[in-house]
Design a protein around this ligand. Structure first.
Ligand SMILES: Cc1cn([C@H]2C[C@H](O)[C@@H](COP(=O)(O)OP(=O)(O)O[C@H]3O[C@@H](C)C(=O)[C@@H](O)[C@H]3O)O2)c(=O)[nH]c1=O
Length: 183
């Protein structure tokens, strides 16, 4: 498994080597030794979740108040554009965003540190996203920023056809970053 850094500070991409044969494939999705060698505490990932969405669906941008939440994100089925925003005021890449294609061909796993916003749009007919988080979920910590916030100016690849009510009524990046609520 190769591990790459990203444009955004502290972000990692775990790039496995899938084994393909007539039956399909085998791929490693998490390796505690590799994670520890790159400064992550493997035991910290206390919940593993999965969501399924259809093409064009956008989930995000989501962050977490009161300490933030680190994530390991992968696309187990289909393909997505995953976008993260560095919301850590002390970071050299504060306010910047980066997109990553995650799919069931490359099987890359994206490490998103605490203090980021996270969202994705589905590129395939259906996509299953799996993510491990380093704190138990608590919806009272939810923070949402509009995916089409003009200050972030993220380019999404497809028209957005499905949004949750929470994402529909999300706040602005300016408001959120001024209050330093994520992380
Ligand atoms: C995220 C989450 C949701 N839920 C519940 C709450 C709600 O009833 C239902 C759907 O929740 P949401 O609408 O918040 O799900 P969703 O919009 O998929 O939220 C997720 O979006 C992506 C972009 C992320 O980064 C994740 O951390 C998470 O925020 O599932 C849990 O029980 N545990 C969880 O960890």
């Amino acid at each position: 498994m190769r591990v790459e850094t990203a444009e955004l500070h502290d972000v990692l991409v775990f790039r496995p080597s899938p084994h393909r044969d007539a039956r399909g494939f085998f791929t490693r999705t998490f390796d505690a030794e590799v994670a520890a060698a790159h400064g992550l505490d493997p035991a910290s990932f206390v919940q593993d979740s999965q969501s399924r969405s259809s093409r064009g669906t956008l989930r995000g941008l989501h962050g977490r108040a009161r300490g933030g939440e680190a994530k390991l994100v992968r696309c187990a089925r289909g393909a997505i554009l995953d976008v993260i925003v560095d919301a850590r005021p002390e970071s050299p890449t504060f306010g910047r965003h980066q997109g990553f294609t995650l799919d069931d061909e490359q099987h890359c796993v994206l490490y998103v540190p605490r203090g980021f916003l996270h969202g994705f749009q589905v590129l395939s007919e259906v996509a299953d996203i799996c993510y491990r988080i380093d704190r138990p979920h608590d919806s009272t910590d939810d923070v949402s920023v509009r995916y089409d916030d003009p200050d972030l100016a993220i380019t999404w690849p497809l028209p957005v056809d499905t949004l949750s009510p929470r994402d529909e009524s999300a706040g602005s990046w300016r408001e959120m970053s001024a209050g330093h609520v994520v992380g």
